[in-house]
Design a protein around this ligand. Structure first.
Ligand SMILES: [Cu+2]
Length: 209
């Protein structure tokens, strides 16, 4: 009887152990302060099902919102224009070369990102508009919020490599490791040169739009 119940217990433990978790990973700059707009990608050695999404990078007040977006390759992004002026969004990055010629409102089709890498976005009309799309191989991706926290949902238990990226990084961040479920708080650091996020220039420039 004792033996059977311990079997049952082992089976229950197995059920729980093979679940998926919502986890938090904290990213700091080298000064220990929280770092916003950092990409966290968890890479598993075992194959994972795709989690393709369609996200949105808006143009609002002559600024791309959000500044950094992360998607799995094969996913799409819409570029709605919420300004009164027209924008002309483009990228010359090898991971995705495209342009959405001058438009107002919503362009006809979302742009699909098929190749992993960093895509730098610009606008032909407004040079100061800049943003980034991180296209990852893995389905497990998140961008840190203003508290420097990346919220990753439904991560299957197991071992992962942690790849990090930030637009202001001064060198490629070291690749970390995590084991899910996490056993405590996980913090990684990225060495960045802090800057202002791109916004429209102050008075006297851009007001005519
Ligand atoms: Cu523009």
């Amino acid at each position: 009887m004792l033996k059977e119940s311990s079997h049952l217990w082992a089976w229950l433990c197995f059920l729980f152990a093979s679940s998926a978790q919502a986890i938090e990973i904290k990213i700091q700059a080298q000064d220990g302060l929280p770092l916003e707009d950092a990409v966290v990608e968890l890479v598993s050695a075992s194959p994972q099902t795709e989690r393709l999404t369609t996200l949105s990078v808006a143009q609002k007040d002559l600024t791309f919102v959000p500044f950094v977006t992360a998607v799995q390759k094969g996913s799409a992004i819409e570029f709605p224009n919420q300004d009164k002026t027209r924008h002309h969004v483009y990228s010359f990055s090898p991971a995705k070369v495209f342009e959405l010629k001058l438009y107002a409102g919503k362009p006809e089709a979302p742009v699909r990102f098929e190749k992993s890498g960093i895509v730098a976005l610009g606008c032909n009309i407004h040079d100061y508009m800049q943003a980034y799309v991180y296209v990852g191989d893995s389905p497990f991706l998140a961008v840190t919020n203003s508290q420097g926290v990346a919220n990753l949902l439904d991560i299957p238990d197991g071992q992962y490599q942690v790849k990090l990226w930030h637009p202001w990084q001064q060198s490629d961040p070291a690749i970390g490791q995590v084991s899910i479920p996490l056993s405590g708080e996980v913090v990684f650091k990225i060495d960045v040169l802090r800057q202002q996020k791109p916004t429209k220039p102050k008075k006297g420039f851009g007001n005519s739009y």
